[in-house]
Design a protein around this ligand. Structure first.
Ligand SMILES: NC(=O)c1ccc[n+]([C@@H]2O[C@H](COP(=O)([O-])OP(=O)(O)OC[C@H]3O[C@@H](n4cnc5c(N)ncnc54)[C@H](OP(=O)(O)O)[C@@H]3O)[C@@H](O)[C@H]2O)c1
Length: 274
């Protein structure tokens, strides 16, 4: 990755987290360029990361081995279509982090025949703790796969899926997943306050417990189910809570939630394709 020229189209939140991760990992500033229309944002990107910034996306394409498409899904077709000639002349690896835009649509807007990687990242990437799913089309060779993976690993973990359709499930698990955990934290915090705990303590204890549980699960050789069994003494407090969750049909609710998110991901891809 050291010698690869990395271009970003769109210099928003996600691009900034990736650029920050790449710079921290040792990528030279002179190897990174971002195309961004907002002058204030351009200035910030220059100051924060020392990278080149332009409002001309064609310059980004012409100068880069890999172009990361980091604009909102709704503007992707309007951004790619005018770049068709430059993309076809330079043929960089395209890495799209836009939720829901299919490879076939990117390919159509970009003129066809390009190596494309589609990534489903998540918001913890903003603090270097992302979990992303990646899909490569058949034109991406091993070197370019390694490059795309290294870029995403600058902000967390990255796993490959074999079929593009699997990204819908990635979206339902890790893409939307942070919100599920936020929701659980929110509910635990408000229950603690309702039953008399100070709000500051409720937040601190809830958040640190979430972090501690995730750390323990990641570092342990045992899976979450085994870890849960270990902290659940018969007749104890944890068992009482877990019984209440099961009586409230939490397992079925979570299963339905994942299925609903994956279904919505498929629907959104259809809508964005039009
Ligand atoms: N944030 C996440 O956690 C997350 C998670 C999964 C996927 N994603 C995907 O990541 C992508 C970027 O999300 P984000 O949160 O980083 O959004 P964002 O902060 O809004 O960044 C998008 C940037 O693109 C710029 N832009 C708009 N039109 C452009 C053009 N024609 N050429 C170049 N740049 C242009 C925007 O500038 P203006 O503000 O001036 O319009 C903005 O700075 C999205 O496709 C999203 O689906 C994000």
């Amino acid at each position: 990755m050291e010698n690869s020229k990395i271009g970003f189209i769109g210099g928003g939140n996600m691009a900034a987290s990736l650029i920050g991760g790449l710079r921290e990992g040792g990528a030279p500033a002179e190897n990174i360029i971002a195309g961004e229309p907002d002058p204030d944002r351009q200035q910030w990107l220059k100051q924060e990361f020392g990278i080149a910034v332009t409002d001309n996306n064609a310059d980004v394409v012409a100068q880069s081995d890999v172009v990361i498409l980091a604009v909102k899904p709704q503007v992707m077709s309007a951004v790619l279509t005018p770049l068709k000639t430059t993309l076809q002349a330079h043929r960089p690896l395209l890495v799209s982090i836009a939720a829901g835009i299919r490879e076939s649509d990117l390919q159509r807007w970009a003129g066809g025949g390009l190596a494309i990687v589609r990534v489903m990242p998540n918001t913890p990437a903003l603090v270097g703790a992302g979990a992303a799913g990646l899909y490569a089309n058949e034109l991406v060779d091993d070197d370019r796969k390694a490059l795309a993976q290294a870029i995403m690993q600058a902000v967390g973990v990255a796993v490959w899926v074999d079929a593009e359709s699997e990204l819908d499930l990635v979206t339902a698990i890790s893409g939307s997943g942070p919100a599920y955990f936020f929701y659980l934290m929110e509910l635990m915090e408000s229950a603690a306050i309702k039953y008399g705990m100070d709000s500051g303590q409720a937040r601190l204890l809830t958040l640190e417990t979430a972090l501690g549980a995730a750390k323990l699960a990641l570092l342990s050789e045992e899976g979450p189910a085994e870890l849960r069994r270990k902290v659940t003494s018969p007749g104890g407090t944890t068992e009482a809570a877990l019984n209440a969750m099961q009586q409230g049909h939490l397992p079925e609710t979570i299963e339905q939630a994942i299925s609903a998110a994956a279904r919505r991901s498929r629907e959104l891809a259809e809508e964005l394709s039009e």
